[in-house]
Design a protein around this ligand. Structure first.
Ligand code: AHM
Ligand code: MG
Length: 333
């Protein structure tokens, strides 16, 4: 590709900002800061296989520094990349119990960042893709330094959301509510380059379902019937990585349905609404897909707890609607 056609994420963000003359630039800077954090996390993720050589978490590395667990490292990198910028009122992370205030010594801003710093981290040791997920809201509380209510907003009020996939290449995919754009990291120049402009879910979608089927005995009868139908007469193929960002990314690119249902042991499933389901729901819906609890849109849920969980059905709109009908007990799937 000639150099003139290469669009870096910085250039893309600036071009997008020009389309909105009222924009202050704060939002563009925020996404740039997230891209920087993603590069730093990606660099460490790529070194994970060298753990025997470089040292294990809890030990000291060759430089005499304590080696951190990667998910805690990722948490800290994101926090430190954004705490001092004056663009955020507060943050919340899957790794932290309460909401995270901006340190008093730094100025605050109008946005709120929620993130899962390193999702699927149990896959690190086996060199399987993992990801970072982020969600941005506008502050709604009165004071300057943010409050819990700023974090507990329904997904439909997100102003941006996205994820970073640390896979065979590192990709950043985000939406601000006007389409979905994907960037691939060129490690030789350390830049995210626009590789997937205006991502939309393919039609017709690939007939693929993605679910941890080992939980079948714990599922409800309608959930079992639905999966039986998909792999039976509907002729679906099955793919499950067990790393949410990677499973959803595949679903976004090829079509299909990803499910993490409720079951008898986990009545709300496993996935967290604010750090996993909501941001991925915004991305997938912006690409023309659908995201549901099985009975209502993920983006409609008004959260009451920072770490609440939700069942998740996400992917091609028609397949998610089929799941909703099946779970409602309708005879016609
Ligand atoms: P984590 O937040 O502790 O990393 O767990 C989330 C991960 C997701 O990436 C993935 O979709 C899911 O757990 C897999 O769970 P299971 O092993 O029950 O299938
Ligand atoms: Mg997670």
């Amino acid at each position: 590709m000639p150099e003139s056609h290469v669009v870096t994420i910085s250039r893309f963000l600036v071009d997008q900002e020009r389309l909105h003359p009222e924009a202050t630039g704060a939002f563009t800077d925020l996404l740039s800061d997230i891209a920087l954090a993603a590069k730093m996390i990606g660099r460490e993720v790529n070194k994970a296989g060298l753990v025997e050589i470089l040292g294990r978490a809890g030990e000291e590395n060759v430089h005499g520094e304590e080696v951190q667990k990667l998910d805690l490292y990722a948490n800290e990198v994101i926090f430190k990349a954004l705490d001092h910028t004056g663009r955020l009122a507060c943050m919340a992370s899957e790794e932290s119990e309460g909401f995270i205030p901006i340190p008093e010594k730094f100025p605050t801003g109008d946005y709120v960042l929620l993130f899962d710093p390193l999702d699927g981290s149990s896959n690190i040791d086996v060199n399987v893709s993992i990801g970072t997920i982020f969600s941005i809201h506008r502050k709604v509380s009165e004071g300057p330094r943010g409050d819990l209510i700023d974090c507990l907003q329904a997904g439909c009020r997100q102003v941006a959301a996205g994820y970073v996939l640390y896979g065979s290449s590192t990709m950043l995919v985000y939406t601000t509510g006007t389409g979905v754009h994907g960037f691939t990291l060129d490690p030789s120049i350390g830049e995210f380059l626009l590789s997937h402009p205006d991502m939309t879910m393919p039609e017709p979608p690939a007939k693929v379902y993605s679910v941890n089927e080992s939980y079948y005995p714990r599922w409800s009868e309608p959930q079992r019937r639905f999966v039986d139908h998909l792999k039976g007469e509907a002729g679906f193929n099955s793919r499950y990585i067990g790393s949410l960002v990677a499973d959803v990314h595949r679903t976004l690119l090829t079509g299909g349905i990803f499910m993490y249902p409720a079951d008898s042991k986990s009545p709300n499933g496993k996935l967290r609404l604010l750090y996993e389901a909501s941001p991925l729901a915004m991305v997938v819906e912006q690409a023309g897909g659908r995201a549901s609890t099985g009975s209502r849109p993920i983006l409609d849920i008004e959260p009451t707890d920072l770490h609440e969980r939700t069942p998740l059905y996400i992917g091609s709109a028609g397949f998610v609607e089929q799941a909703e009908r099946a779970l409602a007990g309708g005879s016609k799937i």
